[in-house]
Design a protein around this ligand. Structure first.
Ligand code: GLY
Length: 358
């Protein structure tokens, strides 16, 4: 999830947010997403108002973020794997037909959510990965392109330069025989247009690899639901690493009888608790969306015996939308927000959290 937010957002106080989160909104369509989805929610809800299917709406909505090079956690411009190749994961679930589709480790195609939807619609499979996913996308007519931008190529090189052997050496920095100069001088030569801000950002993500993502959940006036999660996954990952986003039941789950849930953040933690499925089952048993999300977070905390020293090393946020329109979101630590659109412009609400701010 990117921290770049749209100016049109309206930030609510925690008290207003809690009230809004628990209040079912009657028959209005509702779309929620991670905080990077303000425009996504707006597009998806507008499409639903115009009569589009909820799955078409969320896939179109997340497409805005997949196409946006400024969001470095999703689609085009996502941070690459350790070899500098962007690998994307996505999945979709369609409530009314109870169908699902997923792709993982997909290269060169900037809209994996659309490919996941076609896996659902055009094949007898649920999940296709790697080279097979790329061939499938080609067969479906998708155009291949390089998903690495100048900004993410810079960040990848900074990360490579940050690695050290036992002697403190790195083959990607100036040699021993090189004239002494500032460590960033070579980078400046390679990226003459990079701003100080971009360089600082690259140094930050090199040190603290991100797991962004967008999760989007929708409900229409007829009570039909769908969801989608799409991501470039963990920055600098081992090629082929797959997080929670394309895993049905972890990064996304939709049960037309109950509701939908999804996640952003460190996928390894979520896979071990099947977070989205856990949340939908907790809502089935009567928990509010916020309480259900907290239940999944408690299971993650339990996997570390509530050891805050280790828990503080990652972030994870869950999102939930119940069939009656109640919604919620919870992060492991306070300070997270999520996007909502139930009419007009999207707004941001505060997430509840298991622990106080890091
Ligand atoms: N949640 C995104 C990932 O871990 O890949």
């Amino acid at each position: 999830m990117s921290s770049r937010l749209n100016r049109r957002s309206l930030l609510l106080s925690p008290a207003m947010a809690a009230a809004a989160a628990q209040a079912p909104s009657g028959k209005r369509p509702i779309v929620i997403s991670s905080a990077n989805g303000l425009l996504c929610c707006e597009r998806a809800r507008t499409l639903i108002e115009r009569g589009h299917d909820t799955l078409d709406a969320v896939v179109s909505g997340v497409g805005i973020v997949e196409d946006d090079p400024k969001d470095t956690s999703v689609g085009y411009g996502g941070l690459p794997n350790e070899e500098g190749i962007v690998e994307l994961d996505a999945c979709v679930m369609h409530g009314p037909t109870r169908r699902a589709g997923s792709v993982a480790s997909l290269r060169n195609i900037k809209n994996p959510a659309k490919v996941a939807k076609l896996v659902m619609e055009m094949t007898d499979h649920v999940m296709i990965v790697g080279e097979g996913a790329l061939r499938f996308a080609r067969t479906m007519g998708f155009k291949e392109e390089n998903l690495l931008t100048e900004q993410t190529r810079l960040a990848w090189l900074v990360w490579k330069q940050s690695l050290r052997d036992g002697e403190g050496r790195n083959n990607w920095t100036d040699g021993l025989d090189a004239p002494l100069k500032k460590p960033t001088a070579a980078l400046r030569q390679l990226f003459p247009n990079a701003t100080e801000e971009t360089l600082a950002w690259a140094q930050h993500v090199a040190r603290f690899p991100t797991t962004g993502t967008i999760n989007c959940l929708a409900l229409n006036a007829k009570g039909e639901m769908s969801g989608c999660t799409t991501t470039s996954g963990l920055a600098w990952k081992i090629p082929g690493r797959i997080g929670d986003s394309p895993v049905i039941g972890a990064g996304l789950y939709v049960d037309q009888e109950v509701g939908a849930a999804g996640s952003t953040g460190r996928g390894e933690e979520n896979i071990r608790v099947c977070g989205a499925h856990t949340i939908v089952e907790a809502m089935r048993q009567g928990k509010s969306p916020n309480e259900a999300c907290l239940e999944a977070l408690r299971r993650i905390a339990r996997n570390y015996d509530q050891d805050l020293t280790r828990l503080k090393k990652f972030d994870i946020t869950f999102y939930a939308l119940r069939k009656d329109g109640a919604m919620g979101s919870a992060g492991l630590f306070a300070g997270q927000r999520y996007a909502v659109n139930d009419g007009g412009s999207s707004r941001l609400l505060d997430c509840v959290s298991l622990y106080d701010r890091k």
